[in-house]
Ligand binder design. Structure first.
Ligand code: ACM
Length: 267
């Protein structure tokens, strides 16, 4: 039996130091083996220019955020998955990094960019990856990736037991959709959303919907937070439950697939 946790925050735009410090204050030791934090948890979301994005983005794993978060992972004895803007030369990616008590594990770059993210970030080039941390296989997807069910399916076919889903949600329905993503793939999922609003540079305000949640492989909500609160929630999990893909004695989620009929999906 392991414990996984979700962190719901309200970052201050542009104040990376304060946002990291808040995570150091808020996340408790001894409560979870894995914590998932929101998308862009260290910078905030609503960038107004490419220059601003480049200025706030950092190298992964060489930058300050990955260094500090590796220290936090060592303090907590936990794996941390967190969203951040990643800089690679003159480009930025909307990324999620994984660190553990022994340091950097890997990075995923968001495949499906939402709305004005297309102005500031390049589409991710890492593909969908599963990270084996010993006690579980962890798949990572970021926010709007939920709208493309192929994301969760590919990660699950790659063997993910837990889908870690850093988010800054503004559209409705994701939390409900993730129930289906968990159920149809028989995986745990952890959607870590943020709360609060941002309205920068005269843009339309964005209101983030909270409702962070941990779901079991049957789609059941195991733990979560409401649409306003800041803090964390944890759930106990049995990883092996995500390795049984049976639906009935006659049916199996993966063995019953008919990929020969799905060609259109790959066009
Ligand atoms: C989103 O992908 N941040 C909505």
């Amino acid at each position: 039996m392991m414990r996984i946790g979700v962190y719901q925050s309200d970052p201050v735009f542009g104040d990376v130091g304060a946002n990291i410090e808040q995570a150091f204050k808020d996340l408790p030791a001894g409560e979870a083996d894995l914590w998932v934090l929101p998308e862009l948890f260290n910078t905030g979301y609503q960038f107004v220019s490419q220059d601003e994005t480049l200025e706030l983005a950092e190298e992964v794993p060489g930058g300050r955020t990955c260094r500090d978060m590796a220290e936090l992972a060592a303090n907590l004895g936990s794996i941390l998955v967190f969203g951040m803007a990643e800089r690679v030369e003159n480009c930025c990616y909307n990324s999620a990094a994984l660190v553990g008590p022994r340091g950097f594990i890997g990075v995923y770059r968001k495949a499906h960019l939402f709305f004005e993210e297309k102005e500031f970030f390049k589409p991710g080039d890492t593909g969908f990856q599963v990270f084996d941390v010993g006690w579980a296989k962890i798949g990572v997807m970021i926010c709007f990736d939920w709208f493309f069910p192929e994301t969760a399916r590919v990660l699950s076919l790659l063997g993910a037991d837990i889908l870690c889903h850093p988010s800054n949600l503004v559209l409705p329905f994701c939390q409900k959709a993730m129930v289906t993503r968990s159920l149809e793939n028989a995986v745990y999922s952890v959607t870590a959303n943020r709360v609060g609003t941002e309205a920068r540079g005269g843009k339309e305000p964005l209101a983030f919907t909270g409702g962070s949640q941990i779901l079991g492989p049957s789609g059941r909500i195991l733990s979560g937070l409401n649409d306003r609160e800041k803090g964390w929630a944890v759930a106990q999990i049995h990883v092996e439950e995500a390795r049984n893909k049976k639906i009935t004695v006659y049916n199996d989620r993966f063995e019953d697939r008919r990929p020969e009929l799905y060609g259109r999906l790959c066009k």
